[in-house]
Write a protein that binds this ligand. Structure first.
Ligand SMILES: *Cc1c(COP(=O)(O)O)cnc(C)c1O
Length: 354
């Protein structure tokens, strides 16, 4: 048992839970009774405060708003059949958070704050973790620059927070994807591997244009040649060709190292497929489609888990898939969900009990 951090707790007088039905909730719209907040100043972190969920009072000169030192994470906790609560692989998100922090010249957040604080917060709001299948508690840790001075330099003050949102199933119909060749998401040497706020704002125009053309999302390609594929929107991407699953490698720093991606690689291997992390050109994908070897294309991420792709369009070439006949992605999804919800043995120790 990890020693509890020094936490100041101020509880709500009345829980909002009585007003909410925890079934079929929309994603990211409702928040639990409490939030975690801790300030960094003069080189050190202050006292962790858990308090009623409430608005922040911030000056208009707040550095994060002007220059974008702002990062986040997305994690899920589940109610297991025996009533226990487990967080899925939070230490992986903790490590990734600090990789993002380093890239954005922000301070490291210690494990006692990120992990122990998260655990304490969820424990306090434990009645908010839905018990229904496919429901979960979405955990959103984030940190932003909190200097109230206009000037382009790393902030001296930061705020780290965690908020919690109970969510229902995130059903996404099989998606139509537009291979993006005009805009880029990430470039070697850039911030693509960080969960930095600006990456998402920077991607919105491309997604909006793809939507206007009738597509759900874009498949990002590399910035130099628009030849190698990167990610689908905010999901990692897998291509099943023959008996091998291919996913772009992380070598260039242009791809977000998804926890779901990593879990999928492990499970796909357990299912008997080989998995290759490598550069994948759009030409290779089209060739495999033409010979009938490209069987399945899917995205992976915490929110939707596994999302099927039913159409991929590159220039005027349209690749269509009958997702009803797929075997690999549905089995991967079932296996992953069974582990997350505690229905099968957790042999990789991915569940972290509260
Ligand atoms: C968060 C994210 C993912 C998925 O990561 P998970 O850890 O699996 O949720 C993939 N790509 C981008 C750009 C992301 O921001």
């Amino acid at each position: 048992m990890i020693a509890a951090p020094a936490v100041q707790i101020k509880r709500v007088e009345r829980s909002k839970l009585a007003d909410i039905n925890l079934e079929n909730l929309p994603f990211g719209k409702y928040f639990t009774d409490h939030m975690l907040e801790v300030d960094y100043d003069k080189g050190k972190w202050g006292t962790v405060q858990i308090k009623p969920y409430q608005p922040l009072m911030l000056e208009p000169s707040l550095a994060a708003i002007h220059y974008g030192q702002s990062i986040f994470e997305g994690i899920k906790a589940y109610r297991l059949h025996n009533g226990e609560i487990a967080i899925f692989r939070p230490h992986s998100n903790f490590q990734r958070f600090n990789i993002s922090a380093e890239r954005m010249a922000m301070p490291v957040v210690p494990e006692e704050i990120f992990i122990d604080g998260m655990r304490e917060l969820i424990n306090l709001d434990r009645n908010w973790v839905p018990a229904k299948a496919d429901h979960s508690l979405y955990i959103r840790p984030f940190m932003f620059a909190s200097d109230e001075v206009i000037g382009v330099k790393p902030s001296e003050r930061y705020k780290f927070m965690i908020i919690l949102s109970p969510t229902g199933p995130y059903y996404t119909a099989p998606m139509r994807i537009y291979v993006e060749e005009k805009y880029v998401r990430a470039v070697a040497g850039g911030v693509g591997y960080a969960k930095a706020a600006g990456n998402y704002g920077g991607a919105m125009l491309a997604t909006a244009e793809a939507k206007r053309k009738g597509y759900d999302q874009v498949l990002w390609t590399d910035a130099h040649e628009h030849k190698y594929v990167q990610e689908i929107g905010v999901m990692n991407v897998f291509f099943v060709i023959g008996n091998t699953a291919y996913t772009p490698d992380l070598g260039q720093g242009t791809i977000l190292a998804g926890v779901t991606r990593d879990s999928a690689i492990t499970i796909l291997r357990e299912m008997g497929l080989s998995v290759e992390e490598t550069a994948i050109s759009i030409d290779r994908i089209m060739d495999a489609y033409k010979t009938g070897d490209l069987r399945e294309v899917f995205g992976t991420g915490t929110a939707a888990t596994i999302s099927y792709i039913r159409e991929l369009r590159y220039k005027d070439f349209v690749m269509e898939f009958n997702t009803d006949s797929w075997k690999t992605a549905p089995e991967l999804k079932n296996r992953l969900n069974a582990i997350r919800e505690g229905e099968t043995e957790d042999k990789h120790s991915w569940l972290f009990k509260i």
